[in-house]
Design a protein around this ligand. Structure first.
Ligand code: AMP
Length: 263
């Protein structure tokens, strides 16, 4: 089946209303595009569990800080369309910034307290308000659905679960396991920024998590392992609610990863 691409809120909303009217369940996979096998695993899972799957591709400016990589974030909608279709998507929503934020944006911001504080919330102070607001908009446009999010963005997944509960949204949030390259590096659209040398060094995030996962002092272990890699500068290494969370800069690229603490 060929995927149908929608560029307006109205067209995407009515396509999904029609699917539900026809008795079909809807799976939603929100992304920023430049799809890789991590995204494909979410799409495949949705296609296995729902009658139709809708993928959204929107590089959301409001979740990037002023000094971050919004303008250079990789984009390739033709390739994404082929990958999404191959993985089982029926609908693609690819709005412009103006379509999502007419007149430069609205006056309403959704914010989730507590969960979004610390870690990514400290390093990227405006990030989660941007995420929570755009996810709320996408859920309101899509309507009742199951929505698939990756565990790779752990704090984001917790925040999205919370906002759906708090705001009574008709959405079942499904968390999906992090997909990795054969050497352990978590798949990410940002991995294309890495030079070959940085790409080799970037495996230290996964190595640090593996070394720490059964340790009684995981934060120290993660810090030591990351410090052994001169090309990598640690942002944070933390244990929070049974989860090990890491962020580091590899050259100009910021990478994150996480894993369950098994102790
Ligand atoms: P992004 O396009 O980076 O905003 O990611 C869109 C969705 O894909 C989010 O729910 C991410 O958590 C998820 N995702 C990104 N990378 C991976 C990965 N390596 N494994 C599983 N899910 C991922």
């Amino acid at each position: 089946m060929t995927v149908r691409t929608h560029t307006t809120v109205a067209a995407f909303r009515s396509a999904l209303v029609a699917e539900r009217h026809a008795g079909r369940s809807v799976g939603l996979v929100p992304t920023m595009g430049y799809l890789h096998d991590g995204h494909a695993s979410l799409i495949r899972r949705s296609a296995a569990e729902c009658d139709v799957t809708a993928v959204t591709i929107f590089v959301n400016p409001t979740q990037f800080g002023a000094s971050e990589d919004f303008t250079r974030y990789p984009r390739d909608v033709d390739r994404d369309t082929a990958l999404a279709e191959e993985a089982g998507a029926s609908h693609l929503f690819v709005p412009t910034t103006d379509e999502m934020y007419p007149q430069g944006g609205g006056l309403t911001t959704v914010s989730v307290r507590d969960i979004t504080e610390g870690l990514e919330g400290t390093s990227r102070p405006t990030h989660f308000a941007g995420v929570a607001t755009v996810v709320t908009k996408l859920f309101n446009i899509a309507g009742a659905c199951r929505a698939y999010f990756g565990e790779k963005d752990w704090q984001q997944l917790l925040a999205v679960r919370q906002l759906v509960r708090d705001l009574d949204m008709p959405v079942d949030v499904v968390g999906c396991e992090t997909q990795r390259e054969p050497d352990g590096l978590a798949m990410s659209s940002r991995n294309v920024y890495l030079t070959p040398e940085e790409r080799r060094a970037a495996t230290v995030l996964h190595r640090a998590l593996v070394a720490a996962r059964a340790s009684p002092d995981p934060e120290t272990v993660m810090k030591e392992v990351v410090a052994s890699e001169p090309l990598v500068e640690l942002d944070y290494a933390a244990l929070r609610d049974g989860r090990l969370l890491l962020a580091a800069r590899v050259g100009s690229t910021r990478l994150i990863d996480n894993m369950e603490h098994e102790l």
